[in-house]
Design a protein around this ligand. Sequence first.
Ligand code: FCA
Length: 342
Amino acid sequence: MRLTLLSLPLTVLTTLAGLLLAGCGRSDAPAGKTAREAAPVTLGFLVKQPEEPWFQLEWKFAEQAAQDLGFRLVRIGATDGEKVLAGIDSLAAAGAKGLVICTPDTRLGPAIAAKTKAAGMKLIAVDDQFVGTDGKPMTAVHYLGISAAKIGETVGQTLAAEMKKRGWTAADTGVCVASFDELATARERTDGAIRALTAAGLPERVFFRAPMRTPDIPGSFDAVTTLLTRQGAVRNWLVCGFNDNAVLGAVRALEGAGIGADRAVAVGINGTDCITELEKPRPTAFLGSMLLSAKEHGYRTCEMMFRWIRDGVEPPLETRTTGVLITRENFRQVLREQGVRE
Ligand code: FCA
């Protein structure tokens, strides 16, 4: 259903969203007006990888906010710059007042900021912070993202603890880093993991980077396959990456090289894209993941945007969220508690 909707033109989506919401009660209508009389606010929520469970969950929680607060939500999946700019044009034509966006390319930041400003739309970047023409983060644009370094460090500490538990040593262990350095939040995560593993006593020579060409499972699979053909002498592997897919691609590449759960241990980030992996009856090398809060990223960003538009309450310029480790032992319960799963 969601994918079918994605392929529809934006105007159709907007109409559909309007129809769907028309019947919903709106407890947040301005005083003196019923929900039906008040012109509903339209907000756009654009994501870079609509097929990734993480982004589908952000949308799910954004929709919850739309229902609770009574605004219209237009979901846009935009995998490249052209689609982003076309999406903003369509939103402007639909009279949208705000955009929450995880852009496919953070260097589009200045263009996105200019275009939304010209259309009178407020803007919040989510997950991936915009980068200015000077290569620095655009801190003047409101942003909600994860505490990337801290979360990466927890990944590293978890891997170090597991290595100790298994009695592996620096002499027989390598660290595979499925990296995607062109994205700042990705680089901060893997740098954090490397820092923690270094602090746990691993020397520089045991770290091996596998730079991903694309930020998805095939991108990681290819990069790690190449790494493994070069480093065939390494006995055991610790694996980190910037998100679940980066780590899953690495785990599949290790399996392809005949290295399974007895010789490899991997920890992801997102916690939303690895659920089927954790459900597999036989444990793979994928030990667990840092579960991020899709609700904070999807619901809270929309709530901030809505209050900003309706009540003039400007959100903080920067908000950072945390993560919690899920493993085979606790993932069902934690996912239920966080509203990710029934
Ligand atoms: C980035 C990643 C996503 C998710 C998000 C919080 O956008 O690509 O998978 O980790 O940050």
